[in-house]
Design a protein around this ligand. Structure first.
Ligand code: SAM
Length: 220
């Protein structure tokens, strides 16, 4: 990772992000609990927050909670009666996230479902609740395509689906990669090429989290 990417991120964060004790406390709690530091960066978290606010999202689905750092950014974009449903496989991560979102004061808007995301997505579909306005996918990358398909079924025309980490230091272009995360992301792009229900783009990003990228799609 280029040192300059970090320095520029620090500059942008200093200019654009306010001091945020709740988010700092969440990251500290994650560290103390031994969670990996694979949350979105502060600037990326704010991007998610602004997208949610710009579209007046009321219901957000997140796949991959970790310690709830991105969940806090998303939940803060919601009106009082808004809801984030966030799916997490690891009960320890979910427990840390529960404490973090409660401490941040937005716990009442956050439902954490523990289990394999595919099972939780099937349960959500069976429940037949209101559609999600925004879906943020940031879990096991090999299932990205599966998650996007499930997300379409839980969304409505005009919903937005975002997938994180779709570039992976440029390794996404390596069709021979034996990395299941790369192959999963490549399957995602193959799916997007053929998926008439979505209009999608992807951008590369550099910064405190290295060289990566995100995919954003609008449900037609
Ligand atoms: N979105 C979080 C943030 O920015 O703060 C980071 C999420 S982290 C990159 C990925 C999370 O997905 C981990 O907590 C991991 O346990 C979870 N995960 C991995 N496989 C999963 C699965 N099959 N179902 C649900 N969650 C899964």
């Amino acid at each position: 990772m280029s040192a300059e990417w970090n320095t520029v991120d620090a500059y942008l964060a200093e200019k654009l992000l306010a001091d945020d004790p709740a988010l700092d406390a969440a990251l500290a709690a994650n560290r103390a609990a031994g969670l990996p530091a694979i949350d979105v960066s502060p600037l990326q978290g704010k991007l998610l927050h602004l997208i949610a606010r710009a579209m007046s999202a009321r219901r957000i689905l997140e796949i991959g909670t970790l310690g709830g750092y991105s969940t806090i950014w998303l939940a803060r974009a919601l009106p009082e009666d808004g809801r984030v449903v966030t799916l997490e496989l690891d009960p320890h991560h979910a427990q840390v996230a529960r404490a973090n979102v409660d401490r941040a004061g937005i716990g009442g808007k956050v439902e954490i479902r523990v289990g394999a995301a595919q099972d939780s997505l099937a349960a959500l579909a069976a429940e037949g609740g209101a559609p999600f306005d925004l879906v943020f996918i940031d879990a096991d990358k090999r299932n990205n395509g599966v998650y996007v398909r499930a997300a379409i079924d839980l969304a409505r025309s005009g919903s937005v689906i975002i997938v994180d980490n779709v570039v992976r230091d440029g390794r996404v272009i390596d069709g021979d990669s034996d990395d299941a995360m790369i192959q999963g992301t490549r399957r995602l792009f193959d799916m997007l090429t053929a998926e008439a229900r979505l209009d999608a783009t992807a951008i590369q990003t550099v910064g405190a989290k290295g060289w990566d990228g995100l995919m954003m799609a609008l449900v037609r």
